[in-house]
Design a protein around this ligand. Structure first.
Ligand code: IPM
Ligand code: MN
Length: 351
């Protein structure tokens, strides 16, 4: 097959980890007889510096004309320390999610056999964890009206959901649950928030269409606790934007490093693949960042094209590198730490 992939490296360690994912994807393509044409485009602080905005129209045009988007990371501390900044790199990410209609963020959490002792959590609790978050990505408090009033003394962020937004996300959740263990957990705060009550009511009304799926409704605070206590008790979890953002960072602790966790953002049309970690500015250019989350995001990209074997080949080589200790410093545990590029070279050479 032939693919055009938009390549949005972004900021911080983004370009370094993206380089490795490209290398590994090209190796997979060569092995299985595919041809990938990469279409680099600007985003984030890099785009602000170059053209004054974090998600330029030219980048959007490249994305919509491609078969998928592979994304690195976005964010720069120079904006974090300046709350008055008018344009922020993160706005580019949000604008892109909205413009590409990427309403469902698929964030799997799983363990790697050779890393069970890397998690701060007890091995017997996390062993065999295999759960998937479906985080709603284009609604909620991220996109509601926000601002300041009273001469700047009062700030507000509105959380808004429509029934239709909940339905389309929940539908993906039910469908995914049907392909797995038929267990779905709706995470909300329905004892306090009106938007959560809409979520719960909407999901409850959909239960009759999926009689085989066992649905539970749990409050987000309780899930935050149970997730690290008994991760094995979950399978598919659906939740709104901000809860999903927070819980998936927490869940990454189960696998041993945030540098391992991939994600896919899906919508009606094009899909985007990105690691769940951020731009890790302190590590920029140091060749120390873990490229595996981005490499595994590329595996999800192949799988989304229906190319299961290609995805499997990437997962296998990542497992092999982990088992042999060919890892970056986040996983080296006092042993030898390999560079970002060296890990990428190993993965590409051993596909
Ligand atoms: C993520 C990130 C983003 C988010 C930031 C960078 C805006 O944390 O993808 O999880 O909050 O969605
Ligand atoms: Mn996040």
């Amino acid at each position: 097959m032939k693919f055009n992939i938009a390549l949005l490296a972004g900021d911080g360690i983004g370009p370094e980890v993206i380089d490795q994912a490209v290398k590994v994807s090209d190796a997979v393509a060569a092995k299985f007889g595919h041809e990938i044409t990469w279409k680099p485009a600007l985003t984030g602080a890099a785009a602000i510096d170059a053209v004054g905005e974090p998600y330029p129209d030219a980048t959007h045009d490249i994305c919509v004309a491609s078969d998928a988007v592979l994304f690195g990371a976005i964010g720069h501390p120079r904006f974090d320390n300046d709350p008055t900044a008018k344009v922020r790199p993160e706005q580019g990410l949000l604008k892109m999610r909205k413009a590409l209609g990427l309403f469902a963020n698929v964030r799997p959490t799983f363990t790697f056999p050779s890393l069970l002792d890397k998690s701060p959590l007890k091995q017997e609790r996390i062993e065999g964890t295999d759960l998937v978050f479906l985080r709603e990505l284009t609604g909620g408090i991220y996109f509601g009206e926000k601002g300041r009033r009273d001469g700047g003394e009062t700030a507000f962020d509105n959380c808004v959901y429509t029934r239709e937004e909940v339905q389309r996300l929940a539908k993906k959740g039910f469908e995914l649950a049907m392909t797995r263990s038929k267990k779905l957990c709706c995470v909300d705060k329905a004892n306090v928030l009106e938007t959560s009550r809409l979520w719960r009511e909407t999901v409850q009304a959909m239960e009759k269409d999926y009689p085989e799926v066992e649905v539970s409704y749990e409050f987000v605070d309780a899930v935050a606790m149970r997730l690290v206590q008994w991760p094995n008790s979950y399978d598919v979890l659906i939740t709104e934007n901000l809860f999903g953002d927070i819980l998936t960072d927490e869940a990454s602790v189960i696998s041993g490093s945030m540098g391992l966790m991939p994600s896919a953002s899906m919508g009606t049309d094009i899909a985007l693949f990105e690691p769940i970690h951020g731009s890790y500015p302190q590590a920029t250019g140091l060749n120390i960042a873990n490229p595996m989350a981005t490499v595994l995001s590329a595996a999800m990209m192949f799988e989304n094209f229906g190319l299961q074997e290609e995805g499997k080949a990437i997962r296998a080589v990542v497992n092999d590198a982990l088992a042999k200790g060919i890892v970056t410093e986040d996983l080296a545990d006092g042993g030898k730490a390999y560079g970002t590029k060296e890990v990428g070279d190993y993965l590409a050479a051993n596909i």
